[in-house]
Design a protein. Structure first.
Lengths: 290, 248
């Protein structure tokens, strides 16, 4: 029997499919500038009730996660309104034009589970288009992993969190760009956990500019990477093979129905004196990669 | 600084006056390069870790990072090495190093300010030796670079306060006629390999310039002989001009 399709998001019937117990986030939509609506559903539950959900939030798909709601019993949506005003950096704000926020939902039950799922705040599409987008994303992943790409890590910069305990001045400004705690961001730990993936970079010449103080080397590079994690300017990219590090200046997303398929970046190679070289991303300090 | 130039000695040896043996033959006391070098030296002394009030930055002979056994920088609280360098060392490869202070004239001009008629201050009649004097006014600029605006501002404030509070000492010890009160500029972003913040500290120094001119008899006689050999002397001047045009 063919699966009925719907052109409107969230209206299609969910066909029963045998499989493992799991949880799916079906909708994450920003209600700018103060709230985010999150909705989820269960697949293959054994009973109708008794499911407990924990909601977490982070700025990267690899965490670390902070809890925003605990022990929601048989609830299938959550309105996250714990967003701060523009001047408050203690918690996430929704005022940036390009800010990735990830939600993780963990479900526990007496007999099922546990299960968890992670999803970014992004528009949803209907099932048919979701399939097309999934195919394109997979193609991009395979092309980068098996073809032109090489191993890299993304350090998403923290824009909210606990203030740096060491270097922050009374005006909430970092006075040490090489602080070992915040790396000049003013936020404790500075960057989210690295997300590993594949990317390809263009081969461009190093530009030598003569400024008043002498010769300065600048190396602009174009990079293509997968759709996740969605990066934003000032995030750090590390190519693990040669340990070259780049700061992101511009992000160009390729979108289908408002959903990102892959990302094209304009980045600049960081000088070797940069604080970003203190971030640990190599095979000796993280999970085996090569 | 200009006050300790040994004018006579330098002149007689047909060389620039020297402050001490072993100095660069191209830099003499009172030259802009020497003034820049002086402030490079002074700032390095300020940021050395031998000071009683430790700073988060330290200047050392080498910029090689301090490292523990794993090759990673020393942990919490270790001061960050800072580069303090003249802007004239354009061939140095460390220009992408931050934090740093670069010292130069900042695009300003050195002016010679007249204080007497035609700068003359004396004449020795038997030899014809004429002594001259003026004040040279030179702008000095520190470019304080860092990866964050707060750090750039904090470094510049330290340098600014250092010059402000030690103006008298600088004048007394280095022969400056005047060291003006420094101006602490705004902190501006600048695009290098990444966004770098630059704060400028600017001030002016004024110092004595003294020199002398002694007519040398053999050279004057030689000129007179050459002029007399040519008819009326007119061809001599014309040849000088035409030769440069005809490529002879």
């Amino acid at each position: 029997m063919p699966v009925p399709l719907s052109q409107s998001y969230g209206k299609q019937r969910s066909p029963h499919r045998k499989g493992e117990f799991r949880v799916l986030i079906t909708r994450t939509i920003g209600l700018w500038p103060r709230k985010v609506f999150v909705q989820w559903m269960l697949r293959n539950p054994s009973t109708a009730t008794g499911y407990t959900f924990q909601i977490y939030r982070a700025g990267s798909s690899n965490g670390p996660w902070s809890s925003v709601a605990t022990d929601l019993l048989d609830t299938y949506y959550f309105l996250d309104d714990a967003f701060s005003a523009a001047e408050d950096r203690s918690t996430a704000g929704l005022f940036s034009l390009r800010r990735s926020i990830y939600y993780k939902i963990v479900v526990t039950h007496a007999t099922d589970g546990p299960a968890e799922v992670i999803k970014e705040v992004e528009a949803g599409v209907d099932r048919r288009r979701a399939g097309i987008i999934r195919k394109l994303r997979r193609d991009a992943h395979v092309a980068l992993k098996k073809g032109s790409g090489t191993e890299m890590a993304v350090f998403k910069r923290r824009w909210w969190g606990e203030p740096c305990p060491r270097c922050l001045s009374a005006t909430k400004q970092s006075t040490r760009s090489h602080c070992e705690v915040c790396y000049g961001t003013g936020i404790d730990t500075g960057y989210w956990n690295p997300v590993y993936g594949y990317a390809t970079r263009s081969s461009t010449p190093v530009e030598t500019a003569t400024t008043t103080e002498g010769e300065t080397k600048i190396h602009p590079v174009q990079i293509k990477m997968e759709y996740i994690p969605e990066v934003e300017p000032k995030d750090i990219l590390v190519f693990l093979r040669d340990n070259k590090r780049y700061v992101i200046n511009r992000v160009l997303t390729t979108e289908i129905h408002t959903q990102t398929v892959h990302q094209e970046l304009e980045v600049s190679e960081l000088a070797h004196s940069s604080a970003a070289f203190h971030l640990v991303a190599d095979r000796w300090h993280s999970e085996p990669w090569f | 600084m200009g006050g300790i130039i040994e004018v006579n000695k330098g002149y007689r040896n047909n060389a620039l006056p020297r402050l001490a043996e072993g100095e660069s033959p191209d830099v003499f006391p009172g030259s802009p390069l020497a003034v820049v070098g002086l402030f490079v030296f002074a700032l390095r002394a300020r940021f050395q870790d031998t000071n009683e009030s430790p700073l988060p930055w330290v200047w050392e002979e080498t910029l090689s990072p301090l490292a523990d056994e794993d090759g990673f920088p020393l942990p919490d609280g270790s001061p960050r090495k800072m580069q303090i360098e003249s802007m004239y060392n354009v061939s140095n490869p460390e220009r992408n190093y931050r934090p740093a202070i670069y010292i130069g004239r900042g695009g300003g001009s050195v002016t010679a300010d007249k204080v007497s008629v035609d700068n003359r201050v004396g004449l020795h009649i038997p030899t014809g030796f004429t002594a001259y004097h003026c004040y040279a006014t030179m702008p000095v600029m520190f470019e304080c670079e860092a990866e964050t605006s707060g750090e750039s501002s904090a470094i510049a404030e330290t340098a600014w306060a250092y010059v402000l509070s030690s103006r008298d000492i600088l004048r007394r010890n280095f022969g400056f006629h005047e060291v003006t009160e420094p101006v602490l500029g705004d902190t501006d972003p600048s695009e290098r390999d990444k966004e770098v913040w630059v704060t400028r500290v600017q001030f002016q120094v004024q110092y004595d310039m003294r020199w002398g001119v002694t007519p040398i008899a053999p050279k004057l006689r030689d000129l007179a002989i050459r002029l007399s050999k040519d008819v009326g002397g007119e061809d001599f001047y014309r040849n000088l001009a035409v030769r440069s045009l005809s490529g002879e």
